[in-house]
Design a protein around this ligand. Structure first.
Ligand code: NCD
Length: 307
């Protein structure tokens, strides 16, 4: 039985296969309408979510399966003090696969150790968010036709932003990837990503604080929200929250074929005027999230691709 806890749980070849399946799903949706008939997905969300939870649910419904679950810790027995280990033992009796989001780093890993069904990490604290990464990879590949030889700018909260950590881990495996890490000093990437991922793979990267300066060289600009819920004090959040605001003026500095991605939700970091720019890809990205999660559910449940 397989889980998805970290983007590296799938090799480059397996990731490629999954993205190919997601691509086929995008173009032949009706063909997949019954491949998971009778199967159940449990969504165990101990933290707020719109896209991740609902795209998982939409994905399972599109495959003919059903969904059950909870959308906040308060409405589950976690509020009574139940452990993740006990909860997952029970969920294993009710569902065939589960997606878990939790504020504690490593909670889905603990769940996987007590589970008899596949566990998908749908975001654990400021750590990892592998299904967002699969979404990001499918989006980048669909828009540019490749996942190699790209200059990727990651902008905003690189310290607490789990989507950034997972995306870096996944992308360092492709040739010719360069990163420009754009953040205020206080929100730079954690040391373990710098040392164990970037330096270990000999990847080219620069850490800068000016978005304007980085814009002209980027093929992809990945904007992120400052992660309010991970700050220890509100003062710091208020000081840092509007560090970067992407607007039409900044977009003029970018290549004509650069794409803007954002895992969403957006707060202030992308001005709504940018939404009309053909290079704004964040809403298309959210749509890709459904196809990739359909492909992931099929892969983990070992469902055959229909002919
Ligand atoms: C992200 C998350 O939860 O980490 N959202 C998402 O899943 N699309 C990004 C964020 O909350 O800023």
């Amino acid at each position: 039985m397989r889980h998805l806890l970290n983007p590296l749980d799938f090799s480059v070849e397996e990731t490629e296969k999954l993205l190919d399946l997601a691509g086929d799903i995008e173009h032949n949706l009706p063909k997949y309408a019954h491949v998971c008939d009778g199967k159940k997905l449990a969504t165990l969300f101990y933290e707020p979510s719109t896209r991740t939870r609902l795209s998982f649910e939409a994905a399972m419904l599109n495959l003919g399966g059903s969904v059950l679950g909870f959308a906040s810790a308060d409405s589950s027995s976690a509020a009574k003090g139940e452990s993740v280990a006990d909860t997952i033992r029970i969920i294993s009796c009710y569902a065939d696969i589960c997606a878990m989001r939790h504020p504690k780093e490593g909670a889905p890993l603990v769940a996987s150790q007590f589970s008899s069904i596949p566990v998908i990490n749908a975001g654990d604290g400021g750590h990892q968010h592998p299904t967002q990464t699969l979404t990001d990879l499918l989006t980048i590949r669909s828009l540019t036709g490749r996942l190699d030889h790209l200059t990727v700018g990651l902008c905003g909260d690189l310290k607490f932003g789990r989507t950034v950590h997972s995306l870096i881990e996944a992308l360092v495996r492709y040739a010719g990837i360069r990163f420009v890490l754009i953040s205020p000093q206080e929100l730079r990437i954690p040391d373990y990503i710098r040392a164990d991922v970037l330096d270990r793979h000999g990847v080219e990267y620069r850490e800068v604080d000016s978005l304007d300066e980085a814009m002209p060289e980027l093929d992809i600009l990945y904007m992120t929200r400052v992660q309010k819920e991970r700050f220890f004090n509100e003062e710091d959040y208020i000081r840092l929250k509007d560090s970067y605001i992407l607007d039409n003026k900044k977009m003029q500095l970018a290549k004509k074929d650069m794409y803007v991605l954002h895992p969403l939700p957006r707060v202030n970091e992308i001005s709504v005027e940018v939404d009309k720019d053909p290079r704004a890809a964040y809403f298309r990205q959210a749509q890709y999230g459904v196809y990739v999660r359909m492909a992931l559910i099929m892969t983990l449940l070992e469902v055959e691709k229909p002919c």
